[in-house]
Design a protein around this ligand. Structure first.
Ligand SMILES: NC(=O)c1ccc[n+]([C@@H]2O[C@H](COP(=O)([O-])OP(=O)(O)OC[C@H]3O[C@@H](n4cnc5c(N)ncnc54)[C@H](O)[C@@H]3O)[C@@H](O)[C@H]2O)c1
Length: 335
């Protein structure tokens, strides 16, 4: 099958590319490399041969539509996005430009190319807003109340997908992802608390936890998330499906789990809570189980151990820095 992965040089996208190539699909990657990198595609380039083509391109450009029409992918996995909630608060126009208008370029290309289906990386951590604890883990039937421009732009795309299905018979599946973690996640960003913890623990630096550390998230391992994408290529049409474990994990528990794996017994440094963060989050993935046949199978201990191992290897062979390191934040991010 001919596939396209927007954001395919990113953390989740590149892991999906590896999976699609392993299954024998042809893959076109579209990525402007703004936060992703070709290094993430090194294994794919070695293994993929002519099945992999990389296009360095901004999805906001008209060229994106033309490329899709030329390449005619049967399935587009749409992951390219402005992913930072804080950037979306500071620059909501930029967020909407990439996440809404850029997506419309992709959808217009898909419509013109006769693409069968778009599988979209939606955000389970922001879609539902602050959920009453009695409703956790949250189901897809829960009202959607995103509290950030990022959450709004991701929700808007789901509405566009439903409209394109009606208007143009373009099938879709929107995966409402929990906090995805795993190797290749950027430890310099704001969202990837597992990557940030791993880098600090391996380098022997102190980890700062904001607030009381009892804020919870649903952490899902990247290979499990990618498995949901692969399944959604043929199943779950016209649906939003949560992709999470249903388990709430606090930042304190996450730190304890990872510190034990890394062999560190130091306590984290405490800092004042950051305003605007969700208190609790967990996703009920019952629909994904029924509709996609999907279940998470990686425990937090195994998944975080894989990240720490990956971080050790990465730091043993230093790569050139893509950008100056940002403040190591230990807030859990949005998901
Ligand atoms: N990581 C998570 O926990 C999580 C949770 C919910 C949803 N998501 C969504 O999953 C997708 C992938 O996230 P990720 O964590 O792998 O982030 P990432 O930053 O590693 O991947 C995003 C990719 O999109 C590319 N990109 C950004 N703007 C682009 C543009 N204008 N044109 C072309 N390419 C562009 C980046 O270079 C990057 O490679 C995103 O849509 C994100 O919103 C992620």
């Amino acid at each position: 099958m001919r596939t396209m992965v927007t954001g395919g040089a990113g953390f989740i996208g590149s892991t999906l590319v590896d999976r699609l190539l392993a299954e024998g699909h042809e893959v076109d990657v579209v990525d402007d490399l703004s936060s992703g990198s070709l290094a993430n595609l090194a294994e794919a380039r070695a293994a993929g041969g002519r099945a992999l083509t990389i296009h360095q391109l901004d999805i906001r450009l008209p060229d994106t539509e033309d490329l899709i029409v030329r390449r005619r992918p049967a399935v587009i996995f749409h992951l390219a996005a402005q992913i930072d909630v804080r950037v979306s608060v500071d620059q909501p126009v930029l967020d909407a430009d990439v996440n809404i208008l850029g997506t419309l370029r992709v959808l217009e290309g898909a419509r013109r190319a006769g693409t069968d289906r778009v599988v979209f990386a939606a955000s389970g951590g922001t879609l539902y807003g602050e959920v009453d604890p009695v409703d956790l883990p949250v189901r897809e039937s829960h009202p959607t109340r995103p509290l950030s421009p990022y959450g709004v732009s991701k929700k808007a795309v789901i509405d566009y997908l439903a409209a394109y299905r009606e208007m143009h018979a373009l099938e879709y599946c929107a995966l409402a992802l929990g906090n995805v973690y795993g190797p290749r996640q950027d430890p310099h960003g704001e969202a990837g608390v597992v990557a940030i913890f791993a880098a600090a623990l391996v380098e022997g630096r102190p980890v700062t936890v904001f607030g009381d550390g009892e804020q919870t998230r649903d952490y899902v391992y990247v290979d499990d998330a990618v498995d949901a994408f692969a399944r959604a290529a043929t199943r779950g049409g016209g649906l939003v499906c949560n992709v999470g474990t249903g388990q709430e994990t606090s930042v304190n528990d996450l730190y304890r789990t990872m510190a034990a794996v890394a062999g560190v017994d130091a306590e984290p440094v405490r800092a004042p809570a950051r305003p605007g963060e969700l208190r609790r989050s967990a996703l009920d993935a019952g629909r994904a189980a029924i509709q996609l046949g999907w279940r998470p199978w990686t425990s937090l201990a195994d998944g975080t151990a894989a990240v720490i191992e990956h971080t050790r290897r990465r730091l043993a062979t230093p790569a050139p820095r893509r950008r100056p390191p940002a403040r190591r934040a230990a807030s859990p991010g949005a998901g």
